[in-house]
Ligand binder design. Sequence first.
Ligand SMILES: Nc1nc2c(c(=O)[nH]1)N[C@H]1C(S)=C(S)[C@@H](COP(=O)(O)OP(=O)(O)OC[C@H]3O[C@@H](n4cnc5c(N)ncnc54)[C@H](O)[C@@H]3O)O[C@H]1N2
Ligand code: MOO
Length: 425
Amino acid sequence: MMDGLPELVCGCDGGRDHVPLKPVEKAVEIAVGMVQPLTAVEDVAVHKARGRVLARSLRAGRPMPLFDNSAMDGFAVAFSDFAGEGPWHLPVAGTIAAGAAALVLTAGTALRIFTGAPVPAGSDAVVMQEKCDDRGDTVLIHVRPRRGDNIRRAGEDIASGDLLVSAGTMLGGRHVGLLAGNGHGHIPVVRRPRIAVLSTGDELGEEGASIHDANRPMLLALCEGLGAEMTDLGICPDDMDRMTDIFLTSAGRFDLILTSGAASVGGRDFVRPALLAAGGTVEAWRVALKPGKPVFFGRIAGTLVTGLPGNPLSAYVGFQLFVARQIGAMLGLGGPSARPETAVAGVGWERRPGRTEYLPGQVVGRTESGLPIVEPLGHGSSAALMPLSLGDGVIVLAADSMHVARGDVIDWMPFCRKDLSWKIT
Ligand SMILES: Nc1nc2c(c(=O)[nH]1)N[C@H]1C(S)=C(S)[C@@H](COP(=O)(O)OP(=O)(O)OC[C@H]3O[C@@H](n4cnc5c(N)ncnc54)[C@H](O)[C@@H]3O)O[C@H]1N2
Ligand code: MOO
């Protein structure tokens, strides 16, 4: 409770005697606006670059293909040898394999050629093997080729100097292939965000404690999934001095410190007070979000501090809405946030308006037009991760909505489930 503050009325369930809850969009704006994009660059081997953000635009050092080459296994021929009526019978003067030096085609002959091999000077078409009778020393060709058949011309995909990948691209395997294929062995990427994670609470522990620590492993895993370099600061007991010391010794060492728990209004909710005592600032606290209301955004000596609530589902939603976007902003990834997809409610229910709600849900069927029909899972506890774990995604409800009717079109953020194809690019 913040003594001395006048009663503020904000139309949400922030309660009496309290700072009003910020709308989710405003809170995202504040959280992301506090981020300074990382400027340090490091070189990595191209095969290690998936998930990293390219720091400088990279151009083609050479054309692709580098030389005229065959698109098929077959015979390199000269169009001028196909006068009159076919079939045409030509002696085979040799073989060119991929990686071999380019040969010269003598008029009136053919050269056996394999896919990717350099097209010999004097040849202007490759006839694919299936259209020939290969007789060893000679070849019988039934159909007159057209000039240029089955020849991949030098530079037809990429000219020397063409832009390959722009700065600021989060690299996928497809970019890695393109860059490696063009001879980029090492590439400049934005350094990884350095993030420290800690949990708070006397009740937490690994073995023998009354509550297993769910949030710290979950947040470490989520941040690592976005390419951050993680430091595990362990569990801080409910002790304001210990928490203040942690802020004092960690300030400036990380881009972001992520705490969970002790963010709300109880007597033991000491994380914000400790941050202030250590010389930090709190830019915003409490959001019209369910779950995740007590989240706060602060800073100390150039290190951002995002305080997530202790309830595990609240911590998860806070990570997705705020922390993932802060990490994106550190990496220089601009652009709009992920838009929810559309689904249809399979059941109806009443709700209390005031906070934007993120509710684990499952797909129970499809409408005739193919939209997923979804139903909420669990009983709305922000302490329970089971519905999230079982769910197919998260239902998103606007702060002012009072009920959902069966058949209503609703916002839906689907998770990636079993089918991984096309999900990792
Ligand atoms: N009087 C009020 N009480 C509460 C309010 C409020 O506005 N007024 N807000 C509620 C909301 S909403 C939330 S969310 C919780 C969050 O509070 P805290 O961030 O202070 O979290 P704690 O009290 O430390 O913990 C809450 C709950 O979560 C468990 N927990 C904490 N850390 C972990 C962890 N790492 N792994 C697993 N579980 C964890 C903890 O044991 C508690 O059960 O406050 C409401 N109260
Ligand atoms: O907002 Mo709390 O995060 O409802 O549980």
